[in-house]
Design a protein around this ligand. Structure first.
Ligand SMILES: C[S@@+](CC[C@H](N)C(=O)[O-])C[C@H]1O[C@@H](n2cnc3c(N)ncnc32)[C@H](O)[C@@H]1O
Length: 274
């Protein structure tokens, strides 16, 4: 695993608490109750924002009152959306402590604390008993996971039998050799990409079956284009992924778009069964 303080430094990029407080003040969102939708521009920490979360949700068989795990939950935006959408209970874990602190504050502000609970944790060694959850997902996390088999084994272990595991990620494309910095890593030291074929083989080895994969390159290219083509600073919305991702977010996104276009990387979604 990459050093924990390097991960915190990478994901938070300085004083994330102050940046969020300032942006929310300017947007008139501080000191009042919020709807989960108010936070979508900053709490969906991945390319394509809420649109990607909605797409993943359409593929997940989640039912009312189920208990679901979100591995690498970030600020908890996807967990709040799915909890509201499916009327289920979500436990999110993430390795970045500041994200968990802010995410739980967001749960309070949006009155979602009863349905969503976030805690610090590592996806490679989950702190839950075997067969605890009715389903699980992980959105744009696995690119940071070197020990991918251990990560899949842990997801498999904490899921009940006959349940699902879903995830989206940027995999390794046929051309390989990604250009850094990228949204999930400034250098190759934090980036561990696997091809769709080797990902499927690993999932099978761990015991998952009925593996359904869809490639999402075109969606990500147009999502990145939309974000990058915000012409001037004036046109940048107050709230946006840049609040969390910092000053280099645009360049990292531009590199990610180029990587997809040149088939160095290949984004995909997988839903499989235990
Ligand atoms: C691109 S963000 C995605 C956050 C969230 N899933 C979302 O879609 O909004 C990647 C997240 O993975 C988390 N992460 C990276 N390595 C992890 C690990 N080993 N265990 C748990 N979380 C991890 C990071 O802290 C970060 O919050």
């Amino acid at each position: 695993m990459v050093n924990r303080s390097d991960i915190e430094t990478f994901w938070t990029r300085g004083d994330i608490h102050s940046r969020i407080h300032k942006a929310m003040s300017e947007a008139g969102l501080n000191d009042r109750k919020l709807e989960i939708e108010d936070l979508f521009p900053i709490d969906q920490y991945h390319a394509r924002g809420i649109a990607a979360t909605v797409d993943l949700g359409k593929r997940m068989p989640i039912y009312e009152n189920q208990r679901i795990i979100d591995i690498g939950c970030g600020l908890g935006g996807p967990a709040r959306y799915f909890a509201k959408q499916f009327r289920c209970f979500i436990t999110g874990i993430d390795i970045t402590p500041s994200f968990i602190e802010i995410g739980n504050k967001f749960n309070n502000l949006t009155s979602m604390s009863k349905q969503v609970s976030l805690q610090i944790g590592n996806g490679e060694t989950l702190d839950f008993e075997d067969e605890t959850f009715d389903g699980g997902y992980s959105q744009h996390v696995t690119m940071n996971i070197k020990n991918r088999k251990e990560f899949f084994l842990e997801a498999f272990r904490v899921l009940k039998k006959e349940t699902f595991f879903a995830f989206s990620e940027h995999g390794l494309g046929p051309e390989g050799n990604p250009i850094f910095p990228l949204p999930w890593a400034d250098t190759a030291e934090m980036s561990f990409l696997f091809s769709p074929e080797s990902t499927i083989a690993l999932l099978e080895e761990v015991g998952f079956h009925d593996i359904q994969i869809i490639e999402t390159s075109e969606k990500y290219i147009s999502g990145y284009e939309k974000m990058i083509n915000t012409k001037s600073k004036k046109e940048n919305p107050i709230l946006g992924i840049h609040v969390i991702g910092g000053a280099t977010m645009k360049q990292r996104s531009r590199n990610s778009m180029q990587c997809i276009k040149e088939k160095r990387t290949l984004p995909f979604e997988i839903v499989c069964k235990k």
